[in-house]
Design a protein around this ligand. Structure first.
Ligand code: ACO
Length: 402
């Protein structure tokens, strides 16, 4: 059932709902999830169809504008995003000032925040043209920033974009090519990354998206709001789980333990050991994104000729979990992050790049949600209430008397 908050307000009551397990913060027309049935749709289109037939920029357009673009609209959108792919030289210098071993998520959040200082003409949240400019700038620059995060870590220069190539194709070239050398991307890899970005593009009111909305509700600009979302995404219970899964698999491998021993530790809740990449607040069934990612993992590893025994380990962990009462009772299934890291690793990304890749994919969703909120007449500044449980009134005691 739905409790209308204005009723609670008039009666002077508040509800405590830790983790917002049962509180809707908004109405939205963007993404539909049925967690019991394992259904996910963007603007009504099933995720399976979009992942099979669409492209990342087309999905971005759909999420942000509400409808699939006509061929002319799509062309214009792609051209506009391409045109803004370069970053200012001072911006590159700024990103280069972080320590080489800085976690890329921290650099990314700082870089996205810093965009507002380079494009002061794109900050008005209520001017349609300005918001459109900020949208295109974010989609374009985030790709360049993500590519640079990898290149800095390996000590290589940022490459210039090639406008004749597609969004994902050129992202992979800018990330992995050797300067001045011909670089041919593998179509299987381009297709897989395109699909992974589509699968991450939105997921309604998750932790990072709620953060973007919360920050934006104070009328903070789009860059400030999205930078906050990136920070929320970085945690291992949210987007950081893709990196955590790979670290978990590596630890199991290094420890010499078999997967059954690890699963016993998980079920005993030993020192907070969790099966990372499993469980979800909303999905109490197989995450539909995980099913698609799992099938892609096989294809990509096969196409790249990579044999990764961690994939076998992950498959074994899943098999155990799906047949174990602990996981069955709690309805814990693989989420989108369980298999993505194995694909990113096979593509040549280091584990610390996995969550920035998630952020690159989630960017259209954050933008769409922020824009929807700004246009929604119901929007008010986000300001949850609390139930105070601290000390009752008492008198101040001077320090010498304590
Ligand atoms: N491994 C072992 N046990 C788990 C796991 C897990 N991955 N996830 C949940 N549980 C258990 C909890 O211990 C709890 O058990 P209890 O009832 O005996 O106390 C029960 O299942 C319910 O879990 P909660 O933590 O209450 O569920 P919540 O909805 O708050 O958390 C979350 C969801 C954060 C995703 C959780 O399942 C988790 O920590 N998973 C691992 C991290 C992860 O993969 N995060 C990515 C999520 S998807 C995304 O952000 C893109």
């Amino acid at each position: 059932g739905i409790v209308v908050s204005s009723l609670l307000r008039t009666t002077g009551k508040v509800t405590v709902d830790p983790g917002f397990m049962n509180t809707a913060s908004c109405e939205s027309q963007i993404t539909y999830i049925d967690g019991d049935e394992g259904i996910l749709r963007y603007r009504g289109y099933p995720i399976e169809q979009l992942a099979e037939k669409s492209t990342f920029l087309e999905v971005a357009y759909l999420l942000i504008n509400g409808e699939l673009p006509s061929p002319t609209e799509l062309d214009a959108f792609i051209t506009r995003v391409n045109r803004h792919t370069l970053v200012h030289e001072d911006f590159r210098t700024f990103m280069g000032t972080f320590p080489r071993n800085a976690h890329p998520m921290a650099v990314m959040a700082s870089a996205i925040n810093a965009l507002s200082t380079f494009y002061p003409e794109s900050l008005d949240p209520f001017d349609d043209d300005t918001v459109e400019l900020a949208t295109v700038l974010l989609l374009a620059k985030t790709r360049t920033i993500t590519s640079y995060l990898h290149r800095r870590a390996v000590g290589e220069p940022l490459l210039y974009p090639d406008y004749s190539r597609g969004y994902v194709d050129d992202f992979l070239r800018m990330t992995f090519a050797v300067p001045y050398m011909q670089y041919d991307t593998d179509p299987v890899v381009v297709d897989a990354l395109d699909k992974l970005l589509i699968l991450h593009a939105d997921h309604e009111q998750n932790c990072s998206t709620s953060t973007v909305r919360m920050v934006g509700s104070s009328h903070a600009n789009l860059y400030a709001s999205v930078a906050a979302g990136i920070n929320a995404l970085s945690g291992p219970l949210h987007g950081g789980a893709n990196e955590a899964v790979l670290r978990m698999l590596t630890d199991i491998q290094k420890s010499g333990d078999d997967v059954d021993t690890f699963m016993t530790r998980v079920k005993n809740k030993e020192q907070g050991v969790r099966l990372m990449g499993f469980g979800h607040r909303v999905y109490k069934n197989y995450d539909p994104r995980a099913a698609i990612v799992k099938s892609k993992a096989h294809a990509v590893l096969q196409a790249l000729g990579v044999e990764d025994e961690m994939l076998d380990m992950a498959l074994r962990l899943e098999e155990i979990a799906l047949n174990d009462d602990y996981f069955i009772e709690r309805k814990l299934y693989p989420n989108v992050d369980f298999y993505t890291g194995l694909i990113y690793k096979a593509m040549g990304f280091s584990p610390s790049m996995f969550t920035p890749l998630f952020a690159l994919g989630r960017m259209p969703g954050w933008i769409a949600q922020w824009r929807e909120m700004m246009k929604d007449p119901q929007t008010k500044i986000g300001r949850p209430r609390q139930v105070y449980t601290g000390a009752t009134a008492r008198d101040y005691v001077p320090v010498e008397n304590r």
